[in-house]
Design a protein around this ligand. Structure first.
Ligand code: DGJ
Length: 739
């Protein structure tokens, strides 16, 4: 619910368990009051605003003091909703505008506001939607620059049941001169404390999103990407935690940027007992000129707070993603259990090989074959043919024929593309060398022997979309794996004049989103799996179009524990692409039990990434049981609650997690032991999320919910003391709690 108290000029945004409040202070400053667990009297929060005389190095504005006469408001120390620049707040700015006279400044003041049910969806950007929730409301706070009058809308949408607030900023040029946005944060969150831990998701190829928890200290810390994509090295979702917060208790603030291009998040601990988080498009590669009458909207940021630690923070975000971001056609629908040929064959396959895998897959219960890289142009290897999206006749002949044969076996069919890329050795490049990103007079840097197409140009996106759609339709393809295997260099838009080059990277990512929309509009039943060399573009923006993303090229079960736990901090497990692959593992050489590989992959979308025709007989025999578990687990995983039983930011000796249905009648418990322990102590594993008053069937034993929650299961009896041993149990409530 969103309320405004005219007497105190306080805005109060409440969700089921949180309150977000701010003040339109005299002078028009938007002063942040509170974000956290619910408070009922938000007017009283005005008394908490800092009003005191400051030295001259914190500029004062006595004529605009928000409180009693004689008190002072310093823009440099106050908590604010979106701070300007060059007008007295020396912390990282939320908005910087370069005006036509060359000055760079911004000074936002409140003008008016409105509240409307539902949520507007911005043009061209992925964004959350109200869905079926009648409680969703949007607050539009109109501000203007004190000197020039540009209109700046601070937009807040409240999703009460998930405790999420979506924020974005819309800037309109209602002046008579053009001006340039030099930075625009999607949201700024000023918190009244200087002791937070940052929970972030750094990584690299094959070890994405290894959660890391570090105390913030005075000064600024930045998380960023200028790769043209979110990237493997730092995700654009992060959290601020109270120092004592754990998975089950304490204040946790999550911030998730709904964007897939260059981003920056700044965490700044001030000298006046506060912490500022700003997040949005990276100002390093961005500027945007607005002609009179033009407007620009930032991507959205999703804010969530939990007073019950990171576990509840994640669960609220998972509910939010499933109800308000993922395509409703797929959000809680089981995806096909698939077999992908990449690690089975790499580039070395033909129709007969693919059919042999499909023939082996069908009787086991596998539901789809995904044909990965290598089926097009003359793609013998990764040196050629990207952009030539027609069949490699020497390998597979007619695609429609192949798909028909796969369909006849009872399987769906998926196909790999890398739409944003072009090889120098390709017909596409020979026809349109100017379509690749490059700076005139500089060389074009190759990575994996490929160049990046200039997706800031509509005609390039349209041509790629038409080519792909034609093939998908002709061949009746069910599923598309959308890959992206290098980052941007020499980013320059040949179609734009020098003064608009700062728009190119943002326009590029708008082009990527437009391609996804065209594909989905052209083939509404299509399921798209996102991918970028594994998880190099795992973000909320892509999840709007691709309800699942290949989480990492590292498919080793133990490595995946850390990657998937980190990913689950913000993103729902149903979106985590996870497969059982062959051993010794292709990335790291480790051998782990087939069942352990399945246990880990069953915490995601589930499938196989191996050559079924070469699998040992005992592994093949295990597959139907694993597929049966996949179907039994799917409703709980897709719509239930996820619990990490150990912190995601550590390598724990045993990793354990649960999925619990919303009515608590079903649960899945999984655990993996990293390494055998000599002379092992007894181990108790306390479960979470169950009904304390009910009894549960756990395998073939009966346990009380309160015993499982408060005393625990004897893990040493259930989980073998062997390297990489695993446990997978289905829990069923056998009696409802006494009323
Ligand atoms: C990177 C992906 O992550 C892999 O799964 C595979 O599709 C290769 N690209 C193919 O080039």
């Amino acid at each position: 619910m969103i309320t405004y108290s005219p007497e105190h000029r306080v805005f109060s945004l409440s969700t089921d368990r949180t309150t977000y409040a701010f003040l339109a202070a005299p002078g028009g400053f938007l002063v942040h009051l509170h974000y956290g667990a619910r408070v009922s009297d938000t007017d009283a929060l005005v008394a908490l605003t800092a009003l005191r005389d400051r030295p001259s190095f914190q500029p004062q504005t006595p004529d605009e003091a928000p409180g009693a006469a004689g008190t002072f408001f310093s823009r440099d120390t106050a908590l604010q909703e979106l701070s300007g620049f060059n007008t007295g707040d020396f912390r990282p700015a939320g908005l910087r505008i370069r005006w036509s006279d060359g000055s760079c400044a911004a000074d936002l003041r409140y003008v008016s506001h409105s509240v409307a049910p539902g949520k507007p969806e911005p043009d061209g950007l992925p964004s959350a939607f109200a869905g079926k929730d009648p409680g969703v409301e949007t607050l539009d706070v109109l501000c203007a620059d004190a000197a020039r009058g540009a209109r700046v809308h601070l937009l807040y949408t409240v999703f009460p049941a998930c405790d999420v607030i979506a924020r974005s900023v819309l800037v309109e040029n209602d002046t008579s001169e053009p001006f340039t946005l030099e930075s625009l944060a999607s949201a700024q969150l000023d918190l009244p404390d200087d002791r937070y831990d940052l929970l972030q998701l750094p990584g690299a190829w094959a070890r994405e999103r290894h959660a890391e928890r570090v105390p913030l200290a005075h000064g600024e810390r930045r998380l960023r990407s200028v790769r043209g994509a979110t990237g493997h090295t730092m995700n654009n979702a992060f959290a601020l935690l109270a120092p004592d917060a754990s998975e089950t208790a304490g204040d946790a603030y999550g911030l998730v940027l709904c964007y897939s291009g260059n981003f920056e998040a700044s965490l700044d601990v001030s000298s006046f007992g506060s912490t500022r988080a700003t997040v949005g498009i990276s100002p390093e590669t961005f500027s945007w000129t607005l002609a009179p009458g033009a407007s620009f909207q930032s991507p959205e940021v999703f804010l969530v707070h939990s007073a019950e630690g990171t576990g509840a923070m994640s669960r609220r975000l998972h509910d939010f993603f499933r109800g308000h971001l993922l395509d409703p056609r797929w959000a809680t629908r089981a995806r096909p259990a698939l077999v992908n040929n990449w690690e089975a064959t790499y580039f070395d396959f033909d129709t007969e090989k693919l059919l042999s895998i499909a023939r082996a897959a069908a009787p086991l219960g596998i539901e789809m074959l995904v044909l990965d890289d290598g089926w097009f142009g003359h793609r013998h290897d990764d040196r050629r043919s990207l952009g030539d999206w027609y069949e490699f006749a020497g390998k597979i002949g007619d695609m429609a024929d192949l798909v028909r044969q796969i369909h006849d076996l009872g399987l769906k069919f998926g196909l790999w593309f890398e739409p944003e890329m072009v090889s120098e050795d390709s017909d596409l490049y020979r026809a349109h060398p100017d379509w690749a990103l490059s700076i005139p007079g500089r060389g074009r840097s190759l990575a994996r022997h490929q160049l990046v197409l200039d997706f800031s140009r509509d005609e390039v996106v349209d041509a790629i979309a038409d080519t792909i759609l034609r093939l998908l339709r002709r061949a009746k393809v069910d599923y598309l794996k959308y890959d992206m295997n290098r980052n941007h260099t020499e980013a320059f838009g040949a179609a734009f004049p020098p003064e608009r080059q700062g728009e190119v990277e943002h326009r590029f990512i708008l082009g990527v989103y437009r391609l996804h929309r065209k594909l989905l509009e052209g083939m509404p039943q299509l399921l798209i799996e996102g991918c970028s060399g594994g998880g190099g573009r795992f973000d909320a923006g892509m999840l709007r179009y691709t309800p699942q993303i290949w989480c990492s090229d590292d498919s080793d079960a133990l490595e995946r524990l850390r990657i998937q736990a980190g990913t689950s901090l913000f993103y729902p497990c149903s979106a985590i692409g996870a497969h059982v692959s062959a051993c010794p593992n292709h990335q790291i050489g480790r051998t782990s039990p087939f069942e352990t590989r399945a246990t880990v992959a069953l915490a995601g979308t589930f499938g196989y990434e191996l050559d079924l025709t070469k699998l040992p007989a005992e592994d093949l025999a295990a597959i139907p049981g694993q597929i049966a578990d996949f179907h039994r687990f799917a409703p709980v995983l897709l719509a239930g609650d996820h619990y990490r039983l150990f912190p995601a930011w550590r390598d724990n000796p045993v990793e354990a997690w649960m999925f619990v249905s919303k009515d608590k009648s079903r649960a899945i418990l999984s655990a993996v032991r990293r390494a055998a322990v000599p002379n092992i102590p007894d181990e108790r594993l306390r479960l979470q999320g169950l009904d304390p008053a009910a009894r549960y069937e756990v395998g073939d034993e009966i346990w009380h919910g309160d015993t499982l929650l408060h005393a625990g299961l004897p893990l040493h009896r259930l989980l073998a003391n062997l390297d990489t041993a695993s446990l997978r149990l289905y829990l069923r409530r056998i009696d409802a709690p006494a009323s």
